[in-house]
Design a binder for this molecule. Structure first.
Ligand code: PMP
Length: 426
């Protein structure tokens, strides 16, 4: 169906007032008015199964989060320069989900700010400026962080102190030892920095490699790369904005899949199930000197309402068993997509962990060639069938399936049936 006049008018209104830098999903945009659990509703009352939003991980408008936010907002909302119990309760509950070495937390409002703070701390501690990230990473929008977010494209140049390394390419790579190969890339980046007189400060990795096309396996493959950056005097920062809070289904944090203890861990997105709260958890020895010499105050970061939202989220993950649900329903989805792949050569690879799944689409005549146009058609085909997902990866050919963690087996079957139908039309 073509855009109607009302839809065109809305798109023009949006462009007029929001300017040209924003991008919409879908040519015929989804116009939402309400969300509940795994469902989103548009202005005509049409219902969509949400298989993409990783902010509303507890489900849209979860009553327990709504109540936590509303009741705290009605009593007091102020910042971290006064003492307030809630932020202490939350900080303790949050670090209790981590290995004991990671015991201090600083709060921000966005994942970008958390990564920006990680850069400042890493530079302070190491005296270096060099940053290593993966070749299609996204770590955020601040001036410093966009300089190591190559997925923003060539319009946003990388910093002169930044080096990128290819993410493991499970589907097209040369094979062999994934961990050793990734570490070789990191070592080459370190050597190049040093050759240019730049001391390495940190390696930062999204531990599920979301915008690099979703890479989860083999578990543990990050270890040699982390050893390499530490040997060079730099820190390892795990960006848990996407994999964190149980999404990978094995544990609360994506780095745990790799048997690692990072120096700093950034997080955000699902942390307040939609209320803006993010943060950076650190080893105390990493922030000790920074904390003594640099003042840190974030007006909204860690306010009492944010802490209430965050506490509610941790409670829901625990009480609703969402890590186990991510593991079990994630497996149903991956198995189901693999069964479809057996009949549809266009699906070249299915990977991921828990409720973070990538399905790599290829041209069936030449099985390893990425097929981004197919991904677009399937994303649109699913939308026509009332299911929302998206695509990503270096070639934009990987279906990215990342539903709220409350996704049920039933929801998984609905998605699989829609995917099967959409595949049948291409
Ligand atoms: N890191 C990763 C891996 C992300 O996916 C994002 C957001 N897409 C960010 C950092 C930045 O988070 P925010 O948008 O909250 O600034």
């Amino acid at each position: 169906r073509k855009l109607d006049a009302a839809e065109r008018a809305l798109i023009e209104r949006r462009a007029r007032v929001l300017g040209p830098a924003y991008r919409l999903f879908y040519e015929r945009p989804v116009h939402l008015v309400r969300g509940e659990g795994v469902w989103l509703f548009d202005e005509q009352g049409r219902r969509y199964l949400d298989a993409y939003n990783n902010v509303a991980s507890m489900g849209h408008s979860h009553p327990r989060v709504v109540e936590a936010i509303a009741s705290q907002l009605a009593v007091l909302n102020t910042h971290t320069r006064y003492i307030h119990d809630r932020i202490l309760d939350y900080a303790e509950a949050l670090v209790a989900t981590m290995p004991r070495e990671l015991s201090q937390v600083m709060f921000t409002c966005t994942g970008s700010e958390a990564n920006d703070l990680a850069v400042r701390i890493a530079r302070h501690l190491t005296g270096g400026t060099g940053i290593i990230a993966t070749a299609h990473a996204y770590h955020g929008l601040s001036c410093a962080v966009s300089e190591f977010s190559p997925s923003l494209g060539s319009g946003v140049p990388l910093g002169p102190h930044v080096r990128t390394v290819p993410a493991p390419d499970a589907d097209r790579g040369p094979g062999g030892d994934v961990g050793a190969r990734f570490a070789q890339g990191v070592q080459a980046a370190i050597d190049d920095l040093v050759r240019h007189g730049i001391k390495p400060a940190m390696l930062i990795v999204d531990t599920i490699f979301s915008s690099d096309g979703v890479v989860a396996d083999p578990a543990g493959f990050l270890q040699p790369a982390v050893a390499a950056i530490r040997k060079a005097g730099g820190l390892f920062v795990a960006d848990e904005v996407q994999p964190g809070f149980g999404r990978t289904g094995d544990a609360m944090w994506g780095f745990q899949r790799h048997g690692l203890v990072p120096d700093m861990v950034s997080m955000g997105k699902p942390m307040g199930n939609g209320y803006p709260i993010a943060g950076l958890v650190c080893r105390p020895e990493v922030i000790e000197d920074f904390g003594r010499k640099a003042r840190y105050f974030n007006t909204f970061g860690g306010n009492a309402v944010a802490a209430s939202a965050g506490l509610a989220v941790l409670g829901i993950i625990r009480d609703e068993g969402l890590v186990a649900n991510a593991r079990e329903v994630g497996l149903v989805l991956r198995d189901g997509i693999r069964a479809l792949a057996a009949r549809h050569p266009a699906i070249g690879d299915v990977r991921g962990a828990g409720l973070f799944i990538g399905a790599d689409l290829v041209r069936d005549s030449t099985p390893r060639e990425p097929a981004p146009e197919l991904a677009t058609r399937l994303v649109n085909g699913l939308r026509e069938r009332g299911v929302l997902i998206s695509s990503s990866g270096p070639h934009a050919n990987v279906l990215k399936i990342r539903p709220p963690l409350v996704f049920s087996r039933d929801n998984a079957q609905t998605l699989l049936a829609a995917l099967e139908e959409a595949l049948a039309t291409i």
